[in-house]
Structure formats: C-alpha cells, structure tokens
Design a protein around this ligand. Sequence first.
Ligand code: NAD
Length: 319
Amino acid sequence: MIGSVADKKNPTANRILVCDTVDNLLLEGLKKKGHFVEYRPKITREELQNDLGEFGAVVVRSRTKLDSSIINSAGELKIIARAGIGTDNIDIDAATQRGIEVITAAGSSTQSVVELNVALAIDMARKISHLDRNIRAGNFKKEEGTELRGKTAGIIGFGRIGYETAMVLRALGMNIIAYDVVENTDAINHVQGKYLSLNELLGEADFIFILVTLNRGSKSLIGEKELSLIRKGAFIVNTSRAEAIDGKALLKSLEDAKIGGYASDVLWNEPPKEEWEKKLISMNNVVITPHIGAQTAEAQKRVAQMTMEKLLKALDGAA
Ligand code: NAD
C-alpha cells in the first residue's frame, strides 16, 4: 500500500485504488500530483466489494473484474481506468448507468502484441515450441515446417493491432485479407490487402489472426460452423480474447487434424481449469503464453504514462 502526501482524510474524489500490477511510474506520477494512491495488486473480490466505495477512481488491468455487483457497491466512484485496452472485464453498461467514466490506454501496447502475433505464427510454422519440447524429452529429430512468405494472412478484427500486424506480415511477403465490422479503406490499401466476408476469409487464409475486441457480437465469433470453413491445415493465432472462439469446437477441430495449429496468449480461464481446456493446451500443435501480450518493459511504461495522463485529466474534470 502506498500513501501519497495526502492521507485517508482526503476527499473520496482524490483517492485512487490501483488493483493490478502496474509500473511504478503510474503510482509515483499520481502521488506527485497530490492524490492518495492505495496500491493493492492482489486485492480479492471480497476486499474490492468492501473497499471500493472509499475511492474516487480505480485502476485495473485484466485480472480485476468490475462486474455490475462490484460497480453498484462503488459509492462515489467517478472514474474507472483500464491500464490497457480490453474492457471486457468491466461492465460498461453498469458504469454508464452510474455516471462513471471509463478510460483506457488504447494503443499503448500495440507494438508488443504485434511482435507476439508474428512470433506465435512463426513458432507454429516452424514448430519451435513443439521441437523444443521434443529435445527436452531426449528426442532430437528434425521436422519440416513452412515459410510465411507467399501465404495468406486473414486478419479478423482489423483495428490498431490488426493493421500493425498486417504491416509486418506484408513485409515478410504475406498476402493480407481482413474481416471487420468497420472497414478502413486507407488501412487495407496500405497493406495491399482486401476486405472479405468472414466466411470467405476463413476459406482463403493460411494463417488466421483473431484480433477483435471482445463484445456481444464477437463472443464465439468462431464456432463449429466457422471452424468447418477453415482451410485444412491452416494455423490460428489469437492474442485478443479466448471467448471469441468456441473452445470445445476448437479442440474437436484440432483433434480431427482439421486445423494445423493454434497459438494463443489468452485462455477461457486464466489459469486454465476446465478439463477440455487442459486437453487443448497439452496438444503438440498448440502454443500458449500466459497473457503476456502487453508484458514488455516498453509497453508497460507506455501504458503507465498514458493511463496517468488520461486519469489526471479525468480527475481534473471530475473535480
Ligand atoms: P481496436 O479497437 O483498435 O481493434 C479491434 C477491432 O475489432 C476494431 O476494428 C473493431 O471494429 C473490430 N471488431 C469488433 N467487434 C467485431 C466483430 N464482431 N467482428 C469483427 N470485427 C470486430 O483494438 P486493438 O487495440 O487492436 O486491440 C484488439 C484487442 O486485442 C483488444 O480488445 C484486447 O482484447 C486485445 N489485446 C490483448 C492484449 C494481450 O495482452 N494479449 C493486449 C492488448 C490488446
């Protein structure tokens, strides 16, 4: 717990609860401006429910869930700051109803997620994690992989991360196709790509990148039917949210060797707990990282800086 020059006697509006692990820059920056900062990166749901009412602002990453029951117990809370981009852990409707402003650090981790996307695609294409596991088990044996050049990358969710990932893939010689509910002509032209319907994209792509925001429309966007349309042997990279795919249907596609591989930074439960989920992550052609998309020194500094600037501005407005 870190207190600033102010103490518990500060008005609620100047009291900020920081729930998840953040860069020190954010904590120090808020304190320097005279705000009281309580840093509780391991706060439990029960503690949050009890204590949130004492604060004017709360900072979360993806670990802390701000559902309607928590938000409705939030007393004088005026601002929710998401130190990152995805807001699927925050009940935006409940926040809006209570007049709570929600701010994000959109764009601050894009480059780190882009680099992870490309790494995961190459990992599957060259079977890096799989062969590494083999060698550790005493099995030194070559296996043939595939190049990215000349292949088609299908980007589902052509937003900030989708576009920047396409830029790198294009530089590697891939053809770009994309699907999004909002089309950005300049961006797609810049990567010499084209927009297709979701079904068309699934039938044409060799590498599918799922980079959508999680919302009502994108939940289970890729279900059994969509998986059946995917080219045999195609690879899927998912660094957005696991819920965009029906996990059990995905497991079946992998078991039937319909999909070439699945690489993901996100899980349906983090850490995994369902039996089907554990089965999926133990497969040879599956690569999983523990939600490290934004977990670089550079991204965390940018996230902290942007969150601090936006939060200070919002606190000024709320004062
Ligand atoms: P963005 O808002 O710039 O792009 C998201 C795109 O998804 C938008 O173009 C939007 O129109 C599109 N979209 C939304 N619903 C859709 C639907 N139903 N069908 C098709 N397209 C749809 O966001 P971004 O900065 O590119 O980030 C994308 C997502 O990546 C975030 O929402 C977050 O969940 C995830 N993310 C993960 C990590 C990580 O650590 N793995 C880090 C940062 C972001």
